[in-house]
Design a binder for this molecule. Structure first.
Ligand SMILES: [Zn+2]
Length: 214
């Protein structure tokens, strides 16, 4: 985070999407699922460099009382526990944005339109009710979407959805499939620097080729 704060301008996702940078390096940070570590560790570390982030919540896993443990077989990170609603609300108060990642952690490209709609609407409404703000951001589980799912996301009240295609946000970005750079737990600082500076942007083409083949 210290390196990032020095190498790039840290900005909010909203600001980045409003005007994608033409030349300078601007970074908006996002987190999926809604783990307590985002509140306990990322919030103070980012606050120390004057930054905020966006977190996409699985609303069915966020509790008012005893936190739920992550289930790696459902696609969660291992060894995490989910944040509580009070922690999610504290993030909003600190200037963060809350978006939806669905109610459960389902792969919506494999579910019926009714299930998708239910997941999209219930999570959207709960976040709006809890924060008193519009919930306009969504992130696809595993970054996976289809044209049908993207149009359903838009119909269910979202303006933006983060996908899994690796790469920077350019001025012609698709608001329903915003590219992202996935940062894995085992990356070294050198890996992280390389991935942020664009040295790994070829990954996008590897992903596209794989999708076409699958
Ligand atoms: Zn996820």
């Amino acid at each position: 985070v210290q390196w990032l704060g020095a190498a790039a301008r840290l900005t909010s996702l909203e600001a980045l999407l409003r005007s994608p940078p033409a030349a300078s390096l601007e970074v908006a940070i996002t987190f999926d699922d809604g783990y307590a570590s985002v509140h306990d560790q990322a919030l103070p570390e980012l606050a120390a460099v004057g930054a905020t982030a966006t977190v996409y919540l699985n609303t069915g896993w966020i509790r008012d009382d005893a936190p739920r443990s992550s289930q790696p077989q459902l696609g969660h990170y291992p060894g995490e526990s989910f944040m509580r609603w009070a922690q999610a609300e504290a993030l909003t108060e600190a200037g963060w944005t809350l978006g939806s990642h669905g109610v459960d952690h389902l792969d919506l490209t494999r579910e019926s339109p009714n299930t998708c709609r239910d997941q999209l609407v219930r999570s959207h409404d709960e976040i709006a009710r809890r924060t008193g703000r519009e919930c306009t951001h969504f992130a696809y589980t595993w970054g996976r979407s289809t044209p049908q799912l993207r149009s359903l996301v838009s119909q269910c009240g979202y303006s933006y959805a983060a996908g899994g295609l690796h790469g920077p946000v350019r001025s012609n970005f698709d608001p329903l499939e915003i590219p992202r750079i996935n940062v894995k737990r085992d990356y070294s600082l050198d890996d992280f620097k390389a991935v942020v500076l664009g040295d790994w942007d070829y990954l996008r083409w590897v992903q596209r080729a794989r999708r076409r083949a699958s």
